[in-house]
Write a protein that binds this ligand. Structure first.
Ligand code: ADP
Ligand code: MG
Length: 762
């Protein structure tokens, strides 16, 4: 094998093999070929039809893989044919005859696979009828491909395409179906492709076979040999050939492995590049300062850290003391005590002379964080006022709805550096916010903030700040490695001692309406015992239009309209909960009203809070012991788990009632049963993910986007994702700027998944 420019010396090109030496021209040629629009090969109409299948380029086309393979004898069960499906059967023509009168003559043949029989009909002019009868006489064996129709209540193929074989199993050439001949591999395996009306499976396979033949010479293996060796993968060209024209099923599967690997690798390359970038950037070095703010805080913590908190803090401190920015994800169940961890990290930053920012997704949460931190810090958080401890810093809150004067003061404190701890919502990302010396950014409930927002905050600092992302939604490992693949992960698994049980029960409101009344009685009992309750609705009012994705999913189940916060609060206050103090909370209220209501609830001035999911994240009212979720069937597993985390935070056992109209056995009923069964957030997250199908979660089916994920399923393909992660890290070490144009293109085409789209929904 020689090096040489593409198209030069003929024997320099060994199709499918990587030429000796790394020569970017080969890879350029490969990726240019793969990026050629399909309309260079097919007519406009076909190209449009392919677009419906998200096939725009040659690369897309070659990665459009059969959803299954039919191999004559093993799959042609003629006894049980699904009407309306595309089908390929290997069968013998048992009989053939002409029926009807000219000009309505037709050929009627019967196929058999030895078990069942299937009738096949062709209509046509006399000469065609004669031609077909000639071909099909003498009990030939062949593959017949078509859509199964119905005639006289029996399955039938009308005008199937077919290829006949001679005794040795070679196509006879008498078939006059060049499309199909091309799509049947030597072995007789027929790939059945995901298809649409305008391009059916055999057109797809014929197009692929044609295109593959034309571009094969240009498909030089873009990955280094060692990758293929270490993962035992076929070359890209072999993979395409094996997937589309397989000799054996094993080869087809091996080909698909390779395509899967490439998808996983593209994602992981993007992540590896980000990590390596971060690893090179300088960052503030934050050493421990004996006698500083952190030590002072530790002395007044009202509890001892759990071993898990201790360990996570150590991980964080080690990284803060390095010269490169920390990029860490901290996941911990609701109530696992992430806030203390965050607070300790922030005080460490302040001890090193930097500011720390805490980003929260909502005003309610930002406000609550500010209160919590001020509570933990006491006079350590009041700033350098007269008589304050010398380590004291100022905790400043910045939200969008603050009055102008307070806002101005906050901005000043942030700019002067007087505020060591800055807590806020998106407002922190605004242009007017200037930090004196930002060194650490903590993002709570990451899924509402994308990578871009992290970058905006990063740009407000001279050195790239350390980043800690906290999420209460447990993230399965495979997802953590893809969606949050640029972050290292820490996990808090245990809940601090003193937590109480939460008993979760599904209340079937359709079959047992009386149980719902019982739920209200139960609330009055809790309130009489001095406790508080949440009632959660899926919408604000009856008239609200619904955009919840689960509504659409299950719209065919006849379900009553969901109840709204406003109506229900009214009904409860004047009916079953008369005498208790009921308040409402929802997104249509002003930030101030919301904050006031939350404060009143936290202070025990409200007994029952009827709300939408605005209470979802992070809200901490230890005295709340009961939650009733109305129309719980409209919520996703993770969301319900999050909601339920609002209770059982104090010493009182919690009760969570999931009121549902979902019919037994429905997907919604199964989701609710899962939530009732388990309080293990990690297990629930896995179920949630499985229930929602990762394809959608990662946005690959979002209209208009061209995601590179065609085959990869994040949950199913963990081993491939892990392997590709290791390989990606090595590739990026060897080629930090991705000068290999194919790899660079792979990354470019990988739309970086907006972190947490998958968490956001339902
Ligand atoms: P998260 O943000 O992870 O949901 P929080 O940080 O709000 O959890 O902690 C939940 C509650 O547990 C808070 O009231 C907090 O004061 C308390 N807590 C945190 N750590 C401990 C601990 N080590 N021992 C006892 N209580 C703790
Ligand atoms: Mg929290």
């Amino acid at each position: 094998m020689k090096d040489g420019p593409p198209g030069g010396d003929d024997d320099a090109v060994v199709p499918g093999r990587y030429p000796a030496g790394v020569d970017n021209q080969w890879q350029t040629r490969t990726f240019e070929r793969l990026n050629t629009p399909v309309d260079r090969f097919v007519g406009d109409k076909t190209a449009k039809a392919f677009a419906q299948l998200r096939v725009h380029t040659v690369g897309d086309l070659l990665r459009h893989v059969p959803r299954r393979y039919l191999a004559g004898t093993e799959n042609s069960d003629l006894t049980d044919l699904p009407i309306g499906e595309d089908l390929a059967v290997m069968a013998i023509v048992d009989s053939v005859q002409v029926a009807g009168q000219s000009p309505r003559r037709r050929v009627e043949a019967v196929l058999t696979d030895g078990r069942g029989r299937l009738s096949v009909t062709f209509f046509g002019k006399d000469y065609l009828v004669k031609f077909w009868v000639g071909l099909l006489s003498g009990r030939p064996r062949g593959i017949f491909v078509g859509r199964v129709g119905e005639f006289n209540n029996r399955p039938q193929l009308t005008h199937p395409k077919f290829v006949l074989f001679d005794e040795r199993g070679n196509p006879t050439g008498k078939s006059d179906q060049s499309d199909l001949v091309a799509s049947v591999s030597r072995s007789g395996l027929v790939g059945i492709y995901p298809a649409v009306k305008a391009v059916q499976t055999w057109t797809i396979s014929a197009t692929i076979a044609m295109v593959l033949e034309q571009v094969a010479d240009d498909l030089v293996e873009p990955l280094p040999e060692w990758v293929l060796e270490s993962e035992q993968l076929p070359t890209m060209l072999e993979a395409f050939q094996d997937v589309h024209l397989p000799d054996t099923r094993e080869r087809a599967e091996r080909g698909i492995e390779r395509l899967l690997f490439d998808e996983a690798l593209a994602l992981q390359l993007a992540m590896a590049q980000r990590r390596s970038q971060a690893a090179q950037d300088p960052a503030a070095v934050m050493q421990h300062r004996p006698g500083g703010l952190l030590d002072a805080l530790d002395q007044r913590l009202p509890f001892t850290l759990t071993p898990g908190q201790q360990q996570v803090c150590d991980e964080i401190f080690t990284e803060l003391a390095r010269e490169h920015p920390m990029q860490r994800l901290l996941q911990g169940e609701v109530g696992s005590g992430k806030t203390v961890v965050a607070t300790r990290a922030m005080t460490r930053a302040i001890d090193a002379g930097y500011q720390a920012a805490l980003l929260a997704p909502t005003e309610v949460l930002a406000t609550q964080h500010a209160d919590t931190l001020r509570g933990l810090l006491g006079d350590l958080g009041d700033g350098q006022v007269l008589g304050a401890p010398e380590q004291a810093t100022k905790v400043v809150l910045l939200t969008g709805s603050m009055p102008a004067a307070a806002r101005k003061q906050a901005l000043l404190d942030i700019a002067s550096g007087e505020a060591g701890i800055v807590i806020g919502t998106h407002a922190l990302l605004g242009d007017q916010v200037q930090f004196a010396n930002l060194g650490l950014v903590i993002v709570d409930e990451q899924h509402r903030f994308g990578v871009e927002q992290r970058a905006v905050l990063g740009a407000k600092a001279e050195l790239r700040p350390h980043v800690l992302v906290m999420t209460a939604t447990p993230i399965p490992r495979s997802v953590a490695m893809t969606v949050f693949g640029d972050l290292e992960t820490s996990t808090l698994r245990e809940i601090p001692a003193g937590r109480s049980e939460v008993q979760t029960t599904v209340v079937d409101a359709t079959r047992h309406p009386a149980w719902v009344s019982r739920a209200w009685e139960r609330i009055t009992e809790e309130v009489a015992a001095g406790r508080q309750a949440f009632v959660v609705c899926s919408r604000i009012s009856k008239t609200q239009t619904d955009t919840d994705p689960f509504d659409q999913l299950e719209s065919d189940e006849a379900m009553p309209d969901p109840v709204g916060v406003e109506e229900l609060a009214e009904q409860l206050a004047t009916g079953p909960l008369r005498g208790t103090r009921v308040a409402v909370l929802h997104g249509r209220m002003s930030a101030e009203e919301k904050a006031d209501t939350m404060t009143a609830f936290a202070a025990g001035e409200v007994d029952v809070l009827v709300s939408t999911t605005v209470i979802e994240v992070g809200v901490d009212v230890p005295n709340a012991s009961m939650m009733v979720v109305m129309d719980a069937d409209r919520f996703g597993i993770s969301q319900l788990h999050q909601l339920r985390g609002r209770i059982g935070r104090g010493s009182h056992a919690g009760v969570c009632l999931l009121v549902s109209h979902a019919p037994p056995g429905s997907p919604a009923a199964r989701r609710l049963a899962a939530v009732a069964r388990s309080r293990d957030g990690f297990a629930l997250a896995e179920e949630d993910l499985a229930a929602r199908r990762e394809g959608n979660i990662l946005g690959s089916s979002q209209a208009g986007t061209r995601s590179s994920l065609r085959l990869l399923r994040v949950l199913e393909h963990l081993p491939i994702i892990e392997a590709s992660r290791t390989i990606a890290a090595r590739l990026v070490t060897q080629d930090p700027h991705l000068e290999n144009p194919y790899l660079a293109d792979m990354v470019r085409q990988t739309e970086l998944l907006a972190a947490g789209d998958w968490l956001e929904k339902g």
